[in-house]
Design a protein around this ligand. Structure first.
Ligand code: UD1
Length: 343
């Protein structure tokens, strides 16, 4: 079985990708320091897969510790690098922490990949690199704009680093950049899902926690944007579909010879407003959601959704879930969390 190192493998997208990798016949190996995830995810993975997933409690910016992983796992077929901070607002408060962690961990990883001759990399990028786009939907050729936050800038910088590296004469690393749109939902087993620590910043966990009575109400950040109902538009992609995109990206890297960096949007190709999400959630779950309209959130892009023609044509990427199905799965996961909390 080909071994794939999954940094941030205990995280939201990482854990679903671990499942998809194992189901596709790879051996995923998790590297995570649980700074924004929980070791309990390992139990969920064990229950889904019926086996223990190998895991290392290591911070990817700690080169000595991370080298230990490469030494212990000498025959890696590739790496998927999820490990990063991802809260837009926090990145404005603590920019250096974001640059140090998100850019720093990539540099350490690339040095170790060169040292240990590991040549295949899938990198977690984001639609945030497009900034406020001039045209919709965005294709991979849509020019990137100045990022709206230090978080977004770390993703742009990491992409730049990987493109520059690809030009270096002695580089052997082949990279696929996956630009995620908004991942939502949870594994059908409801044993893993999005696990925000503290008050959720992202829409869906706030929605499910409100429906569960943990939060009093959802605040919709503005309804006077230049969109049909005035609320922001995003492309919400089921996390299980997104996870599978990583598997096909790894397979493509294993077949390809070129070291040119390839970039793919991973979304559904559909845009939905915040109000549409709220109503879709109510339809999908039968839960009435308490919400109010609040002021716009600083840094929010009015509307963005993906053109996924390239991922469909070259990766064979397909979405299999509707928004309602994704939201129903997020709700099942929230209910599972509630039951676990009760013990
Ligand atoms: C942003 C970034 C994305 C990044 C993600 C990480 C952009 C375009 N997207 O996603 O790259 O990976 O953060 O966290 O920069 N909303 C509410 N009320 C809430 C929470 C959210 O109305 O309580 C709205 C937001 O205004 C937004 C939508 O819901 O329109 C989605 O928000 P969120 O889940 O935070 O993701 P993005 O901000 O789109």
């Amino acid at each position: 079985m080909k071994k794939i190192l999954v940094t941030g493998g205990a995280g939201y997208i990482g854990s679903h990708t671990v499942v998809a990798l194992q189901e596709a016949g790879f051996e995923p190996i998790i590297v995570d320091n649980y700074v924004n995830s929980s070791v309990s995810v390992l139990e969920g993975l064990r229950a889904i897969l019926g086996a223990e997933v190998k895991h290392y409690d290591v911070d990817c910016t700690d080169k000595a510790a991370f080298r230990g992983v490469f030494e212990a796992e000498p025959d890696l077929a590739g790496v998927i690098h999820f490990a990063a901070y991802k809260a837009v607002g926090e990145s404005v408060q603590k920019p250096l922490m974001y640059f140090q962690n998100n850019v720093g961990s990539l540099l350490v990883l690339l040095e170790l990949m060169a040292e240990f001759k590991v040549t295949n990399l899938v990198f977690s990028s984001s639609c945030t690199v497009y900034g406020v786009p001039d045209q919709l939907p965005v294709t991979e050729e849509t020019p990137t704009k100045p990022a709206n936050s230090p978080y977004g800038r770390t993703k742009q910088m990491c992409e730049d680093i990987l493109r520059d590296l690809a030009q270096a004469p002695d580089n052997e690393v082949k990279t696929i950049l996956l630009r995620y749109f908004n991942p939502v939902g949870a594994h059908p087993s409801a044993l893993i899902g999005e696990l925000p620590l503290g008050v959720p910043q992202n829409l869906i966990p706030f929605v499910t926690q409100t429906a569960a009575g943990i939060r009093e109400k959802l605040t919709i950040y503005g309804d006077t944007y230049d969109t049909p109902d005035g609320t922001n538009i995003r492309d919400y992609v089921h996390v299980v579909d997104l996870a599978k995109a990583h598997v096909v990206a790894v397979q493509r890297l294993l077949q390809a010879q070129s070291t040119a960096v390839e970039t793919y949007n991973v979304g559904t190709g559909r845009g939905n407003s915040v109000l549409e999400v709220v109503h879709a959630f109510e339809r999908a779950t039968g839960q009435k959601l308490n919400y109010v309209i609040g002021p716009p959130r600083a840094g929010d892009v009015p509307a963005i959704y993906a053109d996924v023609t390239k991922a469909t044509a070259e990766l064979g990427f397909q979405t299999t879930s509707t928004l309602e199905e994704a939201l129903a799965s997020a709700w099942r996961w929230q209910q599972h969390l509630g039951e676990t909390a009760k013990g």
